[in-house]
Design a protein around this ligand. Sequence first.
Ligand code: E4P
Length: 217
Amino acid sequence: MQFFLDTGNVEEIKQALDWGILDGVTTNPTLIAKTGRPFMEVAREIVKLVDGPVSLETVSLDAEGMVREGRMLAELGDNVVVKIPMTPEGMKAVRILESEGIPTNVTLVFSPTQALIAAKAGATFVSPFVGRLDDISSDGLKLIREIKQIFENYDIDTQIIVASVRHPMHVVEAALIGADICTMPFDVMKKLFMHPLTERGIELFLKDWEKVPDRPF
Ligand code: E4P
């Protein structure tokens, strides 16, 4: 499973790149707004930094506007993926952009039928939101299982990005289900490294190392 960061924060992206575990980035208007920086400046920087898909979101509600924005975003780099909301107008835009060789990521997906429609429109990626479903006492991961099953039934090659991830167990379950990608906030990615027994083990090894005579380092 590929790991994407769900962020507009360049420092977080640099750190994840240093760890060597970053496969791509997803952004949305909320995440960009959090940076307080001009959109095109942040977008350009992220696209240059990351050697993998970078999803940048359109904000128009009509297909024509989405296509216009999508074409503009695609000019930032070959790795740009245009993020389009799951609406009828959005699906029109997906078909046009994909026919021009511009990859799309259909966002705000909350049902298996929405995922199937996005795939039929030709989307490269589909982003079902698990956390927001859990937030309303629904089952976000059940949605991922259903989409995965449907895509397998029909050999659909649209990739599933598990989005709206809140904690490491979402990542574990996404991997067990066999989702293609999990996009997560930086805090969740950091937590994936952690285990109290690892920390305790390092502590003990370092303590015992002190007892070794003639240490080279
Ligand atoms: C997906 O690409 C979205 O950017 C994101 O995962 C939304 O997550 P949220 O529900 O935490 O805002």
